[in-house]
Write a protein that binds this ligand. Structure first.
Ligand code: G3I
Length: 357
């Protein structure tokens, strides 16, 4: 399923709000920033593992947003600023400005940085689409890009999504991936080896979606990672994106997390959001029922993550902070723990309730 395409088609059909915001009623209790927590009140980074969010450089110009990140998070992932289409301006030509802004903020505030993503078929710059060469030429430009980017962030970025979404819904290596088309499946191993050579201390992840609802995807991804490890390829973790919804069974969460941990690697819930409008209704509004179901889903996810061994828990990263920043906000949906005013939602308390005393 190419969920981005299907989602965009939905937006065209449902005449999505042009304000990139939610078209439904604002979450109950909306209005104003969240007051600072009392000394005894838990915050998200009180979890027994790192908790982070995907952010955009421009959000760091908002003081309330920055204060929330400092209060709640100890890990940061650039949502888009480290992607090839954001960084690469041509061969050996880079614009790291957006990514550097995020990295500098994170390091200034003792937050871990998780790099996303070195290779992803979906965002290939035009100069690469136009590139002509044989297999060795393609390997050269791939390794060159990875080496330059990882070297730029060496010592600053703790971990990387080296390859994102290489597996399709049938459990095959995605044929619409330009690197696969020009190098073959070995591009995956070569990518990890290039990243490791550039920064031997970096923790390297394979990142993908759908392990939570597809046994086919789950089995293929685990088989691929285990085989890569057996071949001595430096794959250290699996990122399960976890773009879930309020209908996702907790059993699916525990099963997919356990499968990833059984591969003998770190497990990162790398892009967590819980859609509250799973039927994609264009007329959905944010109701108390949706709020309570989302609270239960977030609580289930954090409880499920707590069932894997402590030494495998790389952390949980939300794919955004506030609902109106979400990639899902083009339709009526409220997928994140904070509302558009940065106020904590019921979902937030579902998470902190799992932290115990
Ligand atoms: O920065 C440009 C801006 O200059 C331009 O004016 C504007 C309109 O064309 O586009 C802006 O770039 C957009 C970018 O987000 C930053 O806002 C791209 O068009 C848009 O396609 C891009 O969407 C991102 C998408 O990945 C594709 O990169 C979403 O924000 C982001 O949430 C989404 O995240 C992905 C993960 O990386 C991988 N897993 C799935 C997840 C959801 O699709």
């Amino acid at each position: 399923m190419n969920y981005i395409v299907s989602f965009c088609l939905l937006c065209v059909m449902s005449a999505c709000s042009p304000d990139n915001g939610n078209t439904g009623a604002r979450p109950p209790g909306d209005g104003g920033e969240t007051p600072d927590p009392t000394p005894t009140e838990k915050v998200l980074k009180d979890a027994a593992f790192p908790v982070g969010a995907a952010i955009e450089p421009r959000y760091l110009d908002n003081e309330a947003y920055v204060n929330l990140l400092k209060r709640e998070m100890n890990s940061i992932s650039p949502e888009n600023a480290m992607k090839m289409d954001a960084i690469s301006r041509g061969r050996k030509q880079y614009d790291f400005s957006g990514a550097d802004k995020i990295v500098d903020f994170a390091l200034d505030n003792d937050m871990r940085v998780h790099g996303h993503a070195l290779l992803w078929y979906y965002i290939t710059p035009q100069w690469i689409k136009d590139f002509q060469g044989d297999k060795d030429d393609w390997i050269e430009i791939m390794e060159e890009y990875i080496t330059d980017v990882v070297t730029h962030f060496k010592g600053k970025v703790t971990s990387w999504d080296v390859v994102n979404e290489a597996v399709d819904d049938d459990g095959n290596i995605r044929s619409n991936d330009i690197w696969y088309q020009n190098i073959g499946e070995e591009y995956i191993a070569l990518a990890f080896e290039a990243a490791h050579k550039a920064d031997p201390d970096a923790i390297l992840f394979y990142n993908d979606y759908g392990m939570v609802w597809s046994k086919t995807r789950r089995d293929k991804i685990c088989e691929m990672v285990v085989n890569l490890k057996k071949e001595g390829v430096p794959v250290h973790g699996i990122g399960l994106q976890m773009h879930i919804n309020t209908d996702t069974p907790k059993e699916n969460m525990t099963t997919s997390l356990a499968a990833a941990a059984a591969c003998g690697v770190y497990v990162h819930v790398s892009e967590l959001d819980v859609a509250t409008n799973p039927s994609n209704s264009p007329t959905a509004t944010y109701t108390r029922e949706r709020a309570e179901k989302q609270k239960a889903s977030y609580k289930a996810m954090f409880e499920a993550f707590g069932t894997i061994a402590q030494d495998k828990r790389y952390g949980i990263t939300f794919w955004g902070v506030a609902d109106n920043h979400s990639w899902l906000s083009l339709r009526p949906d409220w997928p994140l723990p904070f509302d558009r005013n940065l106020k904590k939602k019921e979902a937030y308390y579902g998470i902190t309730e799992t932290f115990g005393e």
